[in-house]
Write a protein that binds this ligand. Sequence first.
Ligand code: ADP
Length: 244
Amino acid sequence: MIDIKGLHKQFDRLEVLKGIDLNVNQGEVVVLIGPSGSGKTTFLRCLNALEIPDQGQISLGDVQIDFNKKVGKQNLLKYRRQSGMVFQNYNLFPHKTALENVMEGPVIVKGESKAKVAERAKLLLEKVGLGDKVDFYPHQLSGGQQQRVGIARALAIEPEVMLFDEPTSALDPELVGEVLKVMKDLANEGMTMVVVTHEMRFAKEAADEVVFMDGGVIVERGTPSQIFEQPKEERTKRFLQMIQ
Ligand code: ADP
């Protein structure tokens, strides 16, 4: 489903991604962990074309892009539509209702008819437990509810892959569980997911593979039990000691 080779990204003179290779199979949940500043968010944003890699090749769903060459706009748009992104701060439109927020992507980006999209958007809001909140505005919703709208919105474009960038970091502790539950349900349904999170319990319970990043490279990857119980690399051991 995802095949990444030699991904590099630099901001001015700061080299943030120094050659990332990663494969993700259909239906797999990959959790990215690592210290702050190690490039996790940048990596995820490259998968959604919110950042354009300087070098590397990515195959995502039906689209292959070679970032070593000039990338056409159409191909980039098609690439972006392969994945749905869930942001740390929800990024909802404040003046649109939950339903309108979920409808935005399919109507604007994919040009689908409003009536058709409205039906699907309602079902998605029901799926994330917000069937009774379709007409609420973001400020009328709790952080956990807003993030669940964010998940429904990302699902609305019917992506091949869901990307989560620290989806629970901005939430009060008592609201984290409801968002993680929606994510676990999605994982159980077979959605392919790449998740950046500090929630180690989620990583242990839901990940097929845990990837430890540090300094712009993948240091180590393995099953949750390999990474959490028998890490091989010193850097992984140190990081896990620090957060436990
Ligand atoms: P992580 O998600 O692991 O905390 P990030 O990908 O957010 O790491 O950041 C990696 C490094 O890249 C940091 O040093 C950060 O300051 C820098 N960085 C991220 N985005 C930008 C940007 N748009 N412009 C300049 N530097 C950036």
